[in-house]
Design a protein around this ligand. Structure first.
Ligand SMILES: Cc1cc2nc3c(=O)[nH]c(=O)nc-3n(C[C@H](O)[C@H](O)[C@H](O)COP(=O)(O)O)c2cc1C
Length: 391
């Protein structure tokens, strides 16, 4: 399963086409829309999110609520398009009074993109480099999630840090634990601890007052993944390499860890590696499992049957209401960077995008292992596989 997206931030629509979709599984626009709504949420988002109410329309690849095994095309309308039709017209000539963006924002794609493509209007770059595109990713990811649900795989996420405020270490140490959905989704910043949530909200308010922005960290957790997904034999088939590439492809992500991650570099081997014991696996079978999950559910490029736990860090939002200095592309004079309408922080939303990326990688790996044509065939292969795992 793969996806591609198209669409500018203030264009008419965002579109995504998901290809290599097995036939025969149920998909509903409500499920896609609920993930889109989750991506729009989070304290500290900018004005754009109050304009948009993202809804996906399914254009192809489905008949009577089930996948046909053909490409699924999805579109999400940009409500803000009505305010941008002239400035973002796909045809005709530019209006005489067109305002061009010549003050590239440090931290964004503006300058390198303008240099690369020989443009002096940064809007030609920023419209596509904007993370508005990630709404289309979330829609594509919802297709992958719907497929994975048939195999008992669920994916969730939660925020562990925004700026200097982090979940207390004792909760972080339990990062393999899945927090209740209620606790996560009831928090305005998708952080499962009420005290940390309150402190984060204060930090965001403080950043807003200072004209600042913030970044942070989050965990993505995939439960119900059977052992042996991915492959040890080829670099490109390793589950961790695919997962890292997918998560780092999200704008502003600057690092990814699995399980203990960087912290494992300062510990003894015996403190890091997860002892193998006989116990009850997620599906209730007695088989070799891990006493702990410091590996974050992946060893040797394959799932090991424990929850997959991925942590990622998002840098602070580049658009600042008290902007950094930049250089005007036309005059080469020093000036303030441009101000787009912007989020102050988008870590909670970013975590939803990461869920979608994680789902796409896992769905692809399941298809690789259990078959590409139909869900029914894949379930037969899956059940045979489960049966031949240690009995
Ligand atoms: C969900 C989400 C929302 C974002 N919102 C904004 C925003 O409102 N303003 C902004 O300047 N950057 C925003 N960003 C971050 C930029 O897209 C990102 O910093 C930029 O693409 C450059 O990052 P890069 O160097 O990793 O490519 C957002 C990112 C994500 C994932």
């Amino acid at each position: 399963m793969q996806y591609t997206t198209a669409g500018e931030s203030h264009g008419a629509k965002l579109v995504t086409i998901v290809t290599d979709v097995p036939a025969g599984f149920a998909l509903a626009s409500e499920r896609i829309n609920s993930d889109l709504a989750r991506r729009q949420s989070g304290y500290g988002r900018g004005g754009r999110m109050s304009i948009e109410t993202d809804k996906a329309q399914i254009l192809s690849g489905l008949r009577f609520g089930r996948t046909l095994g053909t490409p699924i095309a999805l579109e999400i309308a940009n409500k803000d398009w009505q305010n941008w039709q002239e400035r973002m017209a796909t045809e005709g000539v530019a209006p005489a009074n067109l305002k061009i963006e010549t003050a590239p924002r440090p931290g964004h794609a503006d300058l390198a993109g303008a240099q690369k493509l020989g443009r002096n209007d940064c809007r030609d770059i920023l419209e596509r480099a904007s993370a508005r595109e990630t709404a289309a990713r979330v829609a594509a990811g919802a297709v992958a999630r719907a497929y994975l649900a048939n195999f008992g795989v669920e994916i969730s996420s939660y925020v562990t840090r925004i700026g200097k405020v982090a979940l207390p270490p004792e909760l972080i140490a339990r990062k393999q634990a899945v927090f209740s959905t209620e606790k996560i989704e009831n928090s305005a910043v998708r952080c499962p601890d009420a005290k940390t949530t309150d402190a984060i909200i204060l930090a965001i308010d403080d950043a807003r007052t200072k004209g600042e922005s913030l970044g942070g960290c989050f965990n993505v957790v995939a439960t119900g993944v059977v052992p042996g997904i991915g492959h040890f034999a080829q670099a490109s088939k390793r589950l961790d390499s695919q997962m890292a590439a997918a998560i780092v492809s999200i704008p502003a992500i600057k690092g990814v860890e699995f399980g203990l991650g960087f912290a494992s570099g300062s510990l003894f081997g015996s403190e890091v590696h997860d002892a193998i014991v006989i116990g009850e696996a997620g599906d209730g079978r007695i088989q070799p499992i891990r006493a702990t999950n410091n590996a974050g559910g992946i060893e040797g490029g394959m799932s090991n049957g424990e929850s997959i736990v991925i942590s990622a860090v998002m840098k602070p939002i580049p658009t600042l209401t008290s902007p950094l200095r930049t250089v005007d592309l036309l005059t080469h004079q020093s000036r303030e960077a441009s101000k787009e309408r912007s989020d102050i922080v988008a870590v909670p939303a970013c975590a939803i995008v990461a869920e979608a990326e994680c789902a796409m990688v896992l769905a692809n790996a399941y298809i690789d292992k259990f078959g590409a044509d139909t869900l029914a065939d894949a379930l037969v292969a899956f059940n045979n596989y489960i049966d031949r795992l240690i009995k």
